[in-house]
Design a binder for this molecule. Structure first.
Ligand code: FES
Length: 362
């Protein structure tokens, strides 16, 4: 969709990045944001414009130690600076991909990406009033919205609550303070849980709560809420927002993590279905499980203790993409895989039911 916050295809002379045809990205800049967060900026290997809506994300395939690891990262840059885009990544203890990015990806490094995709976008760009609320590195899609609105010279009424562990963990802290100073109708509230090592911190500390929202955003019920952060953070914000009068239709959140949680609570297949199960073999993990023809391969794998990467759980993000060595599936995806990948034998376990016994290269 072309909005005021995206680049109209008619105003660019060059070619646009294509989900189907393009995949090679060159890292052109790495910037340290906080002690454990970095921003990586990419351009296309062949010159391309990136047409995306603020709030969308890219799916990356990273080659690490001879294996492909797929991850989704929201763009943190403005969609109105379309020759390159940025992602902002927190180093996670034991995180294979985030540690690789921080330790190894330098300007000039190449990665593969598919996108843009995602539906966490402003429903009425530029209108408002909004409550933007982010937890930790979940700030990235919301920051993309803030930057795009500024580039479009749109100044809707925004309250931005940014929560983090300590002041030292507030990503984009200086830029947000600057924007709050120069942008009309933009009110910023940093909310670290505790002051940490910053002994001079004079702002609020604590967690998002009903009492805090009633004071800080007394007109919350009139606002559209855009929320991104860890799954428990978003769950709390969702419950608080609805309890304080925000209609469900005006509450939006980025759902990577939430979808994974839902997947873990999926109910087991009834015994009658198990009787018609197919054998599904995960070759690298030497595991064989029974999967009902009514179950997604990902849901069954989780129940069977098989480790598969996943994120959206509905065929959108591509994180679970896996090679099917043998067998056939009924796949109903939402754009998370390209036709040429399907032709090469890949599939998305989260939205695929078995039609036969399967062997999967996982
Ligand atoms: S988990 Fe997103 S496509 Fe499968």
């Amino acid at each position: 969709m072309v909005t005021e916050l995206t680049l109209p295809t008619s105003c660019a002379q060059g070619a646009f990045w294509s989900r189907e045809a393009d995949q090679d990205l060159v890292c052109i800049d790495v910037r340290q944001e906080t002690h454990n967060v970095r921003t990586f900026t990419f351009r296309a290997k062949q010159e391309r414009y990136f047409g995306f809506e603020p709030g969308q994300y890219f799916l990356f395939d990273f080659e690490i130690d001879g294996e492909t690891h797929s991850r989704c990262y929201s763009m943190s840059s403005s969609a109105l600076a379309p020759r390159a885009f940025s992602i902002t990544v927190k180093r996670v203890d034991g995180g294979k991909v985030s540690n690789w990015l921080h330790d190894h990806l330098k300007p000039g490094g190449m990665v593969r990406g598919t996108g843009p995709t995602g539906t966490f976008t402003l429903p009425d760009p530029g209108e408002g009033p909004y409550l933007f609320v982010s937890g930790g590195s979940g700030i990235t899609p919301v920051m993309s919205m803030v930057r795009a609105l500024a580039d479009a010279r749109r100044h809707p009424d925004i309250v931005f609550v940014h929560a983090a562990r300590t002041p030292a963990d507030l990503v984009f802290r200086d830029e947000l303070l600057y924007r709050a100073k120069v942008t009309p109708n933009f009110r910023l509230l940093f909310l670290p849980e505790r002051a940490g090592n910053e002994t001079g911190w004079s702002g609020l500390t604590g967690r998002v709560s009903e009492a805090l929202l009633k004071v800080a955003v007394p007109d919350l019920a009139q606002r559209t809420v855009m929320c991104c952060g860890p799954a428990p953070f978003m769950k709390a914000m969702r419950e608080l927002s609805l309890a304080l009068g925000v209609p469900q239709a005006r509450y939006f959140e980025e759902s990577f993590d939430a979808a994974v949680l839902d997947e873990e609570t999926v109910t087991p297949a009834p015994a009658a279905q198990a009787a018609s199960a197919f054998k599904v073999t995960f070759a690298k993990q030497s595991k064989v499980i029974d999967v009902s023809s009514e179950q997604s391969v990902l849901a069954a794998a989780r129940q069977g203790g098989v480790r598969l990467p996943s994120s959206c759980s509905n065929g959108l993000c591509g994180t679970c993409k896996s090679k099917l060595v043998s067998g056939s599936v009924d796949m109903k995806h939402n754009g998370g895989i390209r036709q040429r990948e399907v032709d090469a034998g890949f599939f998305l376990p989260c939205c695929s039911k078995p039609l036969s016994d399967l062997v999967i290269d996982r």
